[in-house]
Design a binder for this molecule. Structure first.
Ligand code: ADP
Length: 332
């Protein structure tokens, strides 16, 4: 598809270049032949002077030569313009093809990313659907399935439906690039709300959450800040062992507020660090892939939301020791 687009674009570029080259050649040809004819007419006028009229043979010979010279010069101009146009066509075609490729590159990259995204999303959708289908098929084959097993099957199916719901919510969140109007938001208040909401999750793993956030007002969308902190804190809980600790603290510098979320979790290898903000990327550890629930969308959503508010998310991590995610937002 892109090959034919390159060719079409190249053809248009070449057509434009050749039109300019042709018009330029016509102008050069008209001007040059006009000058030659003026010179020729001037020399013919000299031949009409009395000296030449008295020697008609000389006049005829010189006159003939002048005419030959004029014809030869015009022919040389025509040939040079032809060579020039052939050269412009060759060089123009090569340059146009390279330019067409360059013009199309961002579009091709966007298409490739879109295709990768669709493939990843359908893969993520297919896995829980296939699991549910198999379970239901096996259950249907067994006519005397005990009630307890039916309940287990339905519970397992419900879990898969929850996974699918979370996935579709994540996909939907990624399509919303706008966070709406920004307004002053009390960072400490939002942190307090998110911590209160996720504390039961941490307590289930005996993880202690401490928060030391002074009164800071950032220019942001309250819902987006809530979502980002929720993602960072949820990850800190998910990727930490039992009985560890998570700390949230904030600093202010250069017109920005920085919220640090530090855990004592499994940490992230340096080879994974540069990818964790990519959609569907999950660090390749058995822990994160098999035991810990997730689709690899949280950090991409968080980063997209932060960017929409002129903010950033950065990370420092030591495998085996823990990670610190830093959310930077402009102060109000
Ligand atoms: P998910 O948690 O659903 O896998 P995310 O986009 O939130 O997706 O995170 C991407 C990956 O980054 C995770 O799979 C995990 O490997 C890694 N990660 C994120 N947060 C942490 C953390 N606090 N500690 C260790 N690894 C983390």
């Amino acid at each position: 598809m892109f090959q034919s687009a390159y060719l079409r674009l190249t053809t248009w570029y070449v057509l434009i270049i050749m039109t300019i080259s042709f018009l330029f050649s016509v102008w050069v040809y008209t001007e040059a032949t006009r000058e030659l004819r003026i010179g020729y007419n001037r020399q013919q006028a000299v031949l009409q002077e009395p000296l030449f009229i008295e020697v008609p043979t000389v006049r005829t010979v010189v006159g003939g030569r002048l005419e030959d010279q004029l014809r030869e010069s015009i022919r040389r101009i025509q040939m040079n313009l032809l060579y020039f146009n052939v050269l412009v066509l060759g060089a123009g075609a090569v340059a146009s093809y390279l330019l067409a490729k360059r013009t199309m590159r961002p579009i091709q990259e966007a298409m490739d990313a879109q295709n990768r995204f669709t493939a990843d999303a359908s893969h993520e959708l297919r896995t829980p659907l296939a699991a549910m289908k198999t379970e239901i098929e096996v259950a249907l084959r067994d006519k005397d399935l005990p009630r307890k097993e039916v309940e287990e099957l339905l519970t397992s199916n419900l879990e898969e439906i929850d996974r699918l719901t979370r996935l579709s919510e994540g996909l939907l969140a990624l399509t919303r690039e706008d966070v709406g109007a920004l307004s002053p938001v009390q960072l400490d208040v939002v942190v307090g709300e998110v911590v209160a909401r996720l504390r039961p999750l941490a307590e289930a793993k005996h993880i202690a959450i401490s928060s030391d956030v002074p009164q800071i007002t950032v220019q942001a969308s309250p819902a987006a800040v809530d979502k980002i902190i929720g993602i960072l804190l949820d990850n800190a809980i998910k990727y930490s062992p039992e009985k560890s600790a998570i700390k949230l603290h904030a600093t202010q510098r250069d017109g920005n507020a920085r919220l640090h979320v530090t855990d004592q979790g499994y940490g992230i290898k340096s080879t994974d660090l540069r990818h964790i903000f990519e959609r569907f990327y999950r660090a390749d550890t058995a822990r994160s892939k098999q035991q810990i629930e997730g689709h690899g969308l949280g950090l991409s959503i968080a980063q997209q939301l932060a960017a929409a508010m002129d903010g950033t998310i950065s990370v420092k991590s030591t495998p085996g020791k823990g990670s610190t995610f830093i959310l930077r937002l402009p102060k109000a």
